[in-house]
Design a protein around this ligand. Structure first.
Ligand SMILES: O=c1[nH]c(=O)c2[nH]c(=O)[nH]c2[nH]1
Length: 307
């Protein structure tokens, strides 16, 4: 044999599961995209085609849907933990499970009539509108002993219309950028953070509360930082999360710098007093970094935020 099998994993990707929980007339919706990746004693199926150790990917798909009913979806993390535990503990050849989840959030639609015949309140209990483009993400990995839970979000688009400067940078013969003392700072936050919970012996964090709080700290740090660079803003967002949330040891960001260029209105005899911008979609600066609790291990993969 001149070749050997390297790292391998398999499972059903992107299971789109929607769960409606009915509390009388008030309905709740959970909308997930769940990807299962299993690994373990899978040499034979690759070398000889023996499927004796292979739990079909079709079964992993069915398990996702059955667990939506049997276990319920309280949070992406709790759901991923239940699935990972199931695959690793129920099938001898499966040694490791990685569950990736995207969660799309929905808001209730407000009624036009506060005395709506549906509920006599200001929201329809069964009508929802997709909440922007922001997506919550989670990745749960279990090897039978140790948990690794990463959570995060992507496509959280934010903009500061002032309190951003960029100057004092290196200039060489190719530099044309003008120094900016009052610019727009806009980005679309993609981030993953890592919980320091690793063992069933310890109490797991409150996943939904942690998520909400981390998101709030990121937004507040973005809004409250007087920015001299997007790199500085990134570090402020990360350190605010680490310093405020003891259950989180590491956070990584991928921040596209969504450039807003002042438009030259002189040809039209108009003065552009920092009012009219061209929002370029590409190219964009891409600022990426990890912020760690002092002494913590860096474990979030560098390219994770681009998933
Ligand atoms: O916040 C910024 N960081 C950079 O590194 C950079 N480079 C650039 O051209 N504009 C900016 N803005």
């Amino acid at each position: 044999m001149t070749t050997v099998l390297g790292q391998n994993q398999y499972g059903k990707a992107e299971n789109r599961v929607v769960k409606i929980t009915r509390d009388g007339d008030t309905h709740h919706i959970k909308d997930l995209n769940v990807s299962v990746a299993l690994s373990g004693d899978m040499d034979d199926v690759h070398y000889s085609g023996s499927n004796a150790n292979v739990l079909p990917t079709d079964t992993t798909k069915n398990t996702v849907f059955a667990f939506a009913k049997e276990v319920g979806i309280e949070s992406a993390e709790q759901f991923g933990i239940a699935l990972a535990r199931h695959f690793v503990t129920s099938q001898e050849p499966i040694e490791r499970a990685r569950i990736r989840i995207e969660e799309y959030s929905w808001d209730r639609i407000a009624t036009s009539d506060a005395n709506s015949r549906f509920i006599g309140a200001d929201e329809v209990r069964h009508s929802f509108v997709r909440n922007g483009t922001q997506t919550r993400v989670a990745q749960i990995t279990f090897d039978g002993e140790r948990w690794e839970v990463l959570s995060g979000l992507k496509d959280l688009t934010v903009l500061n219309s002032t309190n951003s400067e960029f100057w004092g940078y290196v200039k060489d013969k190719y530099t044309t950028l003008q120094e900016a003392y009052d610019r727009i700072l806009a980005t679309s936050v993609s981030t993953w953070w890592r919980y320091n919970w690793t063992s069933d012996e310890d109490r797991a964090p409150n996943w939904n509360k942690s998520y909400d709080q981390a998101r709030t700290h990121i937004l507040q740090a973005f809004a409250e930082t007087y920015s001299l660079s997007l790199q500085q803003t990134l570090y402020q967002m990360g350190s605010r999360v680490i310093n405020s949330r003891s259950e989180i040891d590491e956070i990584r960001f991928s921040l596209p710098n969504s450039h807003h260029f002042l438009v030259d209105l002189e040809p039209f005899g108009l003065k552009n007093d920092n009012e009219v911008y061209f929002a370029a979609d590409r190219p964009y600066g891409l600022i990426e970094a990890t912020v760690l609790r002092d002494g913590a291990e860096q474990r979030i993969p560098f390219d994770m935020t681009n998933l």
